[in-house]
Design a protein around this ligand. Structure first.
Ligand code: 9WO
Length: 259
């Protein structure tokens, strides 16, 4: 019998392929690689540099500080990345994603949508940016993790890979842990506790030791609602609440005003 096809194929175009390969071998992403739930290829644009110095960057037209990545080697690297995915039985035209502060802010819904696409080429830039003509010709989607500048797109690419792979069936041992965690239902996570029962003078909330699972579920939902209200009220405004949720949040608000 033939091996089952991987659920996700990702090729990363990067000047630091070892960084992507090494980090991907750890934890859930590493185990999922061994289980062949996904496949990873890295393509270094330096392989496609045309001069003796293997140059992949040059000074910006118009002047100014820093260097800009050349369109030519990157375009060939993107072609090679797509060819790897296609040769593995994947799409001949995988979606190309560029990680940049200028992109759409990444959120859970986009992670789920990209996982459905299945075949992705991630473009990790360095220096001060990439020649705009390459981006116009070859990039389908620009994604940002937040409003800060890093020294390259490799860590954001690894964040996206981690977010995608942990959504694959079989990647985590507990499918419930994905359904109940932050953002799966639009709420922040509830607090967690483990042994000992008292640490630094603080006891574990008694309800968690009660063994009453209906009560524990209600407490956790109430904490999740309360924390979301306190820390991320924006997440609640666009969300319709069940009667139980509305009641639990009212309780939380009343109790927090009494403290
Ligand atoms: C560097 C720089 C230096 C001086 C003046 C302006 C400058 N802009 C940049 C810059 O944006 N460099 C980028 C580094 C080029 C593309 C890859 N780099 C990157 C990606 N930095 N931060 C990201 C990123 C990606 C996704 N989410 C957050 C940050």
């Amino acid at each position: 019998m033939a091996a089952p096809a991987p659920l996700l194929r990702i090729a990363v175009v990067t000047l630091f392929p070892e960084l992507i390969e090494a980090a991907s071998r750890y934890g859930i992403t590493g185990r999922a690689l061994e289980m062949a739930l996904w496949r990873l290829w890295c393509v270094n644009p330096r392989e496609f540099a045309t001069d003796n110095h293997r140059t992949v960057d040059d000074r910006p037209y118009g002047g100014g500080p820093g260097m800009v990545m050349l369109a030519g080697p990157l375009e060939q690297a993107l072609d090679a990345a797509a060819a790897r995915i296609s040769a593995d039985g994947g799409s001949a035209k995988p979606k190309v994603v560029y990680l940049t502060p200028q992109g759409e802010r990444l959120a859970h819904e986009r992670v789920l949508a990209l996982k459905e696409d299945g075949d992705l080429v991630l473009l990790a830039g360095r220096y001060e940016g990439i020649d705009e003509r390459l981006l116009e010709r070859r990039v389908d989607l620009e994604l940002s993790l937040g409003d800060y500048v890093l020294s390259g797109g490799e860590f954001p690419a690894l964040v996206l890979i981690d977010a995608l792979v942990r959504q694959l069936p079989g990647a985590t041992n507990d499918p419930d842990s994905i359904r109940e965690e932050s953002f799966a239902d639009g709420l922040l996570d509830c607090p967690h506790y483990t042994r000992p029962e008292v640490h630094g003078g603080a006891a574990v909330p008694p309800v968690l030791l009660s063994g009453n699972h209906a009560l524990i579920r209600r407490w956790r939902l109430k904490q999740a609602l309360g924390r979301t209200w306190l820390r991320r009220p924006d997440l609640l405004s666009g969300r319709r609440m069940s009667d139980e949720e509305a009641r639990l949040l009212q309780e939380f608000k009343r109790e927090s005003s009494l403290e």
